[in-house]
Design a protein around this ligand. Structure first.
Ligand code: ZN
Length: 195
């Protein structure tokens, strides 16, 4: 699909971690702690409603040098939402982010990775539409934590955009996989940067 970012062309060993659906106090501060241990920076695709409910958690991520980006205000399904309602919901999320970051990044990731052509066209005028090339499937309850880690490591290459979720549903696999994932690629000489 043209017009979407699936990975970044980079010089050397650079990875782009992303965390979707937070920030929430049960998971996000734990993620921040792990990232700090490895001096890793990440991009958080936030649900606007969660930013409004937990501004202190969002603020903590910003203070540690991470980026907060747009994942709609209510985690909408693009294919089930009329065009204007979808675009307005993304804008509401952006306004929430701008309360915390004077110059909020204009990066948008559609929830469920699904969006209509019309929605994409309208959003592209303002945002870079960021997808991924490594889906950890951390939210999949049928996937074992070991397999989540193994597959994530296997499909990562330089310039990869990796999706984890700072959500309750993903917590089990995330908490198992993230520390060894960071450890593995740090030891191989990779750095983790924001998009
Ligand atoms: Zn999501």
């Amino acid at each position: 699909m043209p017009g979407y970012t699936w990975h970044r062309e980079v010089q050397g060993k650079v990875l782009f971690l992303t965390f979707d659906d937070g920030p929430i106090p049960e998971v996000t501060p734990w993620v921040l702690e792990q990232l700090e241990k490895y001096e890793a920076k990440a991009t958080f695709f936030c649900v606007g409603d969660n930013v409004a409910k937990h501004p202190e958690v969002a603020g903590q991520a910003l203070a540690q040098g991470h980026k907060l980006a747009n994942h709609t205000y209510n985690h909408l399904k693009g294919w089930h939402t009329p065009l204007q309602q979808y675009v307005d919901n993304a804008e509401a999320c952006q306004l929430e982010l701008e309360k915390l970051q004077a110059e909020a990044p204009t990066l948008f990731r559609p929830p469920y990775g699904r969006i209509t052509g019309g929605q994409a066209q309208q959003l592209r005028a303002k945002y870079e539409l960021v997808m991924w090339d490594v889906l950890t499937n951390d939210y999949d309850q049928r996937l074992s934590p070991e397999e989540c880690l193994r597959q994530s490591i296997k499909s990562t290459r330089s310039g990869s955009i990796i999706v984890f979720h700072d959500s309750l549903k993903a917590r089990r696999n995330l908490m198992y996989a993230l520390p060894p994932y960071l450890d593995h690629f740090t030891k191989l000489g990779y750095t983790f940067e924001t998009l």
